[in-house]
Design a binder for this molecule. Structure first.
Ligand code: RP5
Length: 161
């Protein structure tokens, strides 16, 4: 039973999500990914969210480009947290998707990350921090990942060396 369900709107979105999957693995968070278009497979998307919740999914990540309705539709179908990844799929460089994903009306929130693969990684990091609130093992890994990031960022230059 996966903890996180990642849904994207097209097979063409999958390469941008690789970092999301890798980061979820880094936290040892179980996940599954599905391609279900909000525009082309509305009924299937509705059915999938119900099945995912029944199977124990705690959090959804939705990713889409262009008129990116998918994360918002996910948020309309579940009370679980939804993280939205706007993807760069067209002539507007992902700004179209960013606006669509981030501009949800009050009461139907989508926690929106940056456009593209950087946002995809952050979606997984954010998912980990949300799950860490009630999962001590994930919380420990969040602490470890933060310490690792700090160690990698550290740079000291000794002019006498
Ligand atoms: C969106 O339209 C998808 O999420 C994808 O980013 C974009 C293009 O989809 P395809 O035409 O490649 O299926 O719904």
């Amino acid at each position: 039973m996966p903890t996180v369900a990642v849904v994207c709107g097209s097979r063409s979105d999958l390469p941008a999500l690789r970092g999301c999957f890798e980061v979820l693995d880094e936290y040892n968070i179980s996940w599954e990914a599905s391609v279900i278009s909000a525009h082309r497979q509305a009924d299937a998307l509705h059915a999938y969210v119900g099945e995912a919740e029944e199977s124990g999914v705690l959090l959804f990540i939705g990713a889409a480009g262009l008129a990116a309705h998918l994360p918002g539709v996910l948020a309309s179908l579940t009370a679980k947290p939804v993280i939205g990844i706007p993807l760069d799929g067209g002539s507007l460089g992902g700004a179209d998707a960013l606006y669509a994903v981030v501009q949800m009306p009050p009461g139907v929130p989508v926690a929106t990350v940056a456009i593209g693969s950087a946002g995809a990684k952050n979606a997984a990091h954010l998912a980990a921090r949300i799950l860490a609130l009630s999962d001590a093992a994930v919380a420990e890994r969040v602490t470890a990942v933060r310490a690792d990031q700090a160690a990698k960022a550290e740079l000291r230059i000794d002019p006498r060396a």
